[in-house]
Design a protein around this ligand. Sequence first.
Ligand SMILES: [Zn+2]
Ligand SMILES: [Zn+2]
Length: 262
Amino acid sequence: MKVRVLGCSGAIGSSPDAAHDPGGTTALLVDDDIMIDAGTGVAVLSDDELARIDHVFLTHSHLDHIAYLPLMIDAVGDARDAPLTVHASRATLDILRAHIFNNLIWPDFTRIPSPDAPGVRFEALEVGECFALNGRVVTALPARHTVPSMGFAVSSGQACLAFSGDTTTNPKFWAAVSALPGLRHVIVETAFPDTQIALAHAAQHYCPRLIADDLSGVGMKAELLISHLKPPYGAQILDELRAALPGVNLRALQAGEVLMLL
Ligand SMILES: [Zn+2]
Ligand SMILES: [Zn+2]
């Protein structure tokens, strides 16, 4: 199993920190058929790559995580003979139905080209639920954000990667992650520097101090890969994380990198 980072930025626009290239907003490609979130990072995929995606797992409904979903469903319709399956919490799916696929912002592709053969089908899943796909297992993990949200773990059977989605203080996530067999990497968001802790609380994101609080007493051996950095603050956030988490193996996640989970 491999995980390709299509985008992992907290915003669009290039970062002034050339050492850190997060690409567009959040999107991860697992092998060639499973996507986790569908932010603007999806723009790097070709038509053929888009058409091979059978399953999209969404952490939540915010635009930076779903922006390319409506467009990709439309783009691959002619090339596919089965609907794309979107997996998310029931609350997130209800939001997508009401506010995106409502025939105003975008057509209701759950009913076109026809209700019997639609472009997309929605499948609800709950935190703690596992979904097996040809030897890979996707597990929904708890998250705490301003809208209903979840993280995901993907496992090959031998090795596992966990992804926090958008979250703030979340001890349940770390407890669940610590119990995952074969855990190699944890992609964790850190949207804000500590100087913006009030904003982190208001927007329900992490800043370094809040991650350090959650990780005290958790023996984290897996590599932490930091995502969702707000571009002007990337280097500052990483410096603060390294100071707050001495001895923890961490670095910024990069767009284009491929994590092998064998
Ligand atoms: Zn969000
Ligand atoms: Zn986000």
